[in-house]
Structure formats: structure tokens, C-alpha cells
Design a protein around this ligand. Sequence first.
Ligand code: DOR
Length: 445
Amino acid sequence: MADPLPCLYIRNARILMPDGQFIVGDVQVRDHLIAQVAPKLPPADPLADKEIDARGLTLLPGVIDPQVHFREPGLEHKEDLFTASCACAKGGVTSFLEMPNTSPLTTVQDALNDKLRRASEKCLVNYGFFIGATAENLPDLLEANPTPGIKIFMGSMHGALLVDQEAALERIFAKGRRLIAVHAEDQERIRQRREQFAGITDPAIHSQIQDNQAALNATQLALRLSKKYQRRLHILHLSTAEEAELLRQDKPDWVTAEVTPQHLLLNTEAYKTIGTLAQMNPPLRLPHDNEVLWQALLDGVIDFIATDHAPHTLEEKAKGYPNTPSGMPGVETSLPLMLTQAMKGRCTVAQVANWMSTAVAKAYGMTNKGLIAPGYDADLVLVDLETYRPVKREELQTKCGWSPFEGWNLTGSPVVTIVGGQVVYEYGKLHTNLRGRALTFEEPK
Ligand code: DOR
């Protein structure tokens, strides 16, 4: 008898199982959930069901990118929720967590509701939005819902979203239980060093102004407050060897940390070739930092990967340092970048899937995501680990239209991306009429 609901069958894929092993087999998706995973499932109903021949392709849980800046509302000349979500679908990113530095800032429930409404109208993939801390909005931080957590810019920010005074930080850490995610840079140190290095227009100076010590100071402070209140802390885009060593020595089990592909794969050498396109916060570091961050990731000191997708136009990036904005796009390249590293033997494909999906889902309490198993949400990506292709500017979906990785020859490109059981991207084509769902988050007990 035919299934009451039409199903999607993915046939003969190399499937990453929850235990980290691969099997070659079939996956049945019914409605928005994974229904069955087995070496051979019965034939589909040719009239009702859809089938994907995945022979030679690898099926992974869809990427969950836990730190992106998608610019809507207010900065849509750089990116908007539709273009960003198209870039996600092409990059195998099935869910994202977005940051509050839009205009208006996401610091109150109304602004959060507005983003959720916009996303429901525009996003091909699943979405969640951080609530941004100011020195004054504690009641909003306590009540915001749904949100993955509170974002605090301890540095590298201006205006209301900059919370750089210890007393204000302590008030936030002291009250409530929800996750606090910090951009850890010491604003006072940055201010002093900006003065010290004023007049220098070589963008490489950016990494010296916002140096390793600036990052370490803020991470130490966040860690101290987190320990004092046993408060769930997540350290965003960890960038230095010193911070990784600190966490290796002293990381309570309620603390997590992430790293970006660019802090693993790029360093200050990049200023020579791509100039201000390499400018971001926290800045790129030295090759030694790349090595220590990799080891920390492999050892579990760093828990997962985020892109910090932060698009700016080429025009803005051409203004000349220090008038150039910091940030680079990432959602389209992150999975192929990491899978290329896996194929080089630097890590395994299963580790990449853990860092880019399973561990993120766990950290943010996204209980039904991050694994290929019956009952889990059917957020999936089929990748090709055999073909290598260069990153090309003209193929990018992000509105900013560039990547710091242009010309890099990568494998692991998504061939099919599935969000909640719907095929949003297949063989180069986006299905732009489809929409993702609002994410929900189980708070720490
Ligand atoms: O380089 C960055 N750019 N780092 C951030 O944390 C913010 C971002 C942006 O919004 O442009």
C-alpha cells in the first residue's frame, strides 16, 4: 500500500551514520522528517514520491552555521535574508543563527519578531536570531523568545551594542540562565593601539592593532564571569593560540567555543594578496595560530565551526584602511573548504560533520537536528567528494559578490541541499519558492 504522505527517497548514498561510520544505502524522508535509513528500502510510489539517485555522493547532516551577519533590516545593500539564504542553500547550510548588528539593532522583542517575520517570507533555510545585549536592556535579554542566546560585543563594536564595562557585563552574566555568546576583544586596548598606529594605511596593521592580547584579555574576563555565575558561555570565533591554550587548561563543561574556517586556513599573509578583503574582527593571525587552533579543534578544546559570514560590498572594501569595514562572506565556501581539508587528511569527513552540524545542534539545544537518523529533521546535504572546482566570483550567490577564497580549488561541493524534507538546491539550481522554518532552542537545565 502506498504511503499516505508523498516521500522523498535518496538512493545509494554514502550515508554518515550517528556513530560516525558510513553505510551505502537509502534514506526515506516523509513530511519534514527522516523516516527510515537502511541499506535497501522498498521501491517508491512512482506517481507520488520523488527519488534522488545519489550514487557516488556522500550524505551529511545539513550544516548549521551558528554565527552569520545577514544585514536585514537596514543594510540590504550588502546582503538580505533572501540572497543570504540562497547562498546558504548552495553551500549546504540548512540552518543559521544570525547576529543583532542590523538596523535597527535586535535588542528588543519587537525587532526579533520583525526578523522572524521577514525570514518566514524570504528564507529558503531555517533561521534563528540572537538578541543583542546593551548596557541597559537586561529585561529584554531575559524575556526574548525564541532566540539561541544573548550576543555580547565586548569589543570591535560601537554604539549601543558595545558592552565593554565589567560592571555592565557582570549584570548580564549574573541574571538568567540562557546562553551568552561573546565577541571577545578588549575595546580599551584596541582604542589605545588605534592611536598608537594611527596614520598607517597598510591593512596588515589591523592584526597588530587588534592583537592577540586584546582577544585574550576579553576571553579571560568572559571566562571569569562565566565561572563566577556558572553561566552558560559560548566564545565566538576564537582566533588566537593564547585563547586556545587558556581553554585547554581551563574550560568548564558549560563553556563552548567556535572557530571560523578563515582563522584555520588564512593568516596575515593574506593581506599581501587580497588586501582589505582579509580584514575582519577578530583579525587574521599568524601561521602558528592556525596550527594551534587546528589542534584545539581536533582535540575538542574548540567545539565547532561558524563562518561569521559578514558581507560588505567591494566598493566599501576599496575605501582604504582604516576606512574599510571588517568582515568577509563565508556560507557558500565553508563546507567545501573543510571537506577539502578532510580529503587532504587533516581531519575526517565525520569530524567535519560533527563540527558543522551535530555539535552545533547539541550546544544550542536544537534537539531534532544534526544527525541522520529516523525521527530527526530532514535537513541534509549531498556532497561530491570526487570533483574539484575553483571558487569563482561569478558563481557566488551572496549579494556582496566576492569571497576571500576565490581561486581555491575545492572538493565537497553540495550537489543537493534538503531543508525540512524539501529540496531547495539541486545540481546548480535553487528552488527559490521554498521556505525554511523558525528554529527552536532548548535552554540549559
Ligand atoms: O569582521 C567582522 N565583521 N566581525 C564581526 O564580528 C562583525 C562583522 C560585521 O558585522 O561586519
